[in-house]
Design a protein. Structure first.
Length: 271
């Protein structure tokens, strides 16, 4: 494989996977190790007549997590660019400093403009293959396309800031909310409403993540004991990308790489 035109792209992808595995191992140790990096403190709000649980950040995730993520993103984005460089050569073109894999999230017109600048020498078949992968096909949800996320995250890491890690609520928790409200034990009135921070809601220090509301016409409870599970998930950057979504970016890049590998006559597939 070392002499194949896309050998470098394959190795960059493999390195990205190693970096992602490293990141996952370190995050697992931080978020699930002892002492726990987060805690929760509750109090009764006499104005809103509700019990409020607020997140307490004991230890912030290290900036190192964002640095490892940036390395992973760089290799995935570079993998796409190496692919398109070699495909340009395959089609008899002359790649230059503008050559890179186009990623268009806004419209077909945006893609055509970017493609004319970055992949002008690709033949019609290969240009169509690139076009098929574009995020703009998702319409209003284009920004959540894996390649759109890759472009956004990679550009921010490369040119602006390191993506910091934080926690988000790990899942939609209606069932758990019902369980928590049902398990609330108090002397006095019965709670009438429960509230849980929505899935993917960011958890900073002091963020209210759970509430139980009582009827203000009644006396407040003298004591409240609440038990249940609170599941969080690490996420990155201002976009709040859950760590569990990162494999989707890698899979999108792998799909592009494999599609173009099949275009090279040197490629041999193993059973």
């Amino acid at each position: 494989m070392s002499e194949h035109p896309l050998a470098g792209a394959v190795e960059k992808f493999n390195r990205a996977k190693e970096q992602f595995d490293e990141l996952g191992t370190e995050m697992e140790g931080f978020f699930n190790g002892e002492p726990k990096p987060y805690a929760s403190v509750g109090e009764f709000d006499t104005e809103a007549w509700e019990w409020v649980e607020r997140l307490q950040v004991i230890r912030e995730p290290p900036l190192r997590f964002g640095v490892i993520l940036g390395d992973c993103l760089h290799n995935l984005r570079s993998c796409l660019d190496h692919v398109i460089w070699q495909v340009t050569l395959l089609d008899g073109g002359t790649p230059d400093d503008r050559t890179q894999y186009p990623i268009a999230s806004k419209s077909e017109a945006q893609f055509e403009a970017i493609a004319n600048d970055r992949i002008p020498d690709l033949n019609a078949k290969h240009r169509a293959m690139v076009k098929k992968t574009q995020p703009y096909h998702r319409g209003d949800e284009a920004s959540s396309h894996p390649l759109a996320m890759l472009a956004t995250l990679s550009n921010t890491d490369k040119h602006q800031v390191v993506h910091t890690a934080h926690s988000i609520v790990g899942y939609d928790a209606k069932a758990s909310l019902d369980k928590l409200v049902g398990s609330a034990q108090q002397e006095g009135p019965t709670p009438v409403v429960g509230w849980w921070l929505a899935s993917a809601g960011r958890l900073d220090h002091g963020t209210p993540w759970f509430r139980i509301v009582w009827d203000p016409a009644e006396e407040p409870p003298r004591e409240v004991n609440v038990g249940g599970d609170f599941i969080t998930e690490p996420a990155f950057g201002e976009v709040g990308l859950p760590a569990s979504e990162l494999p989707k970016i890698a899979e999108a890049v792998r799909g592009v790489m494999q599609a173009f590998l099949a275009q090279f006559p040197e490629t041999k597939w193993a059973d």
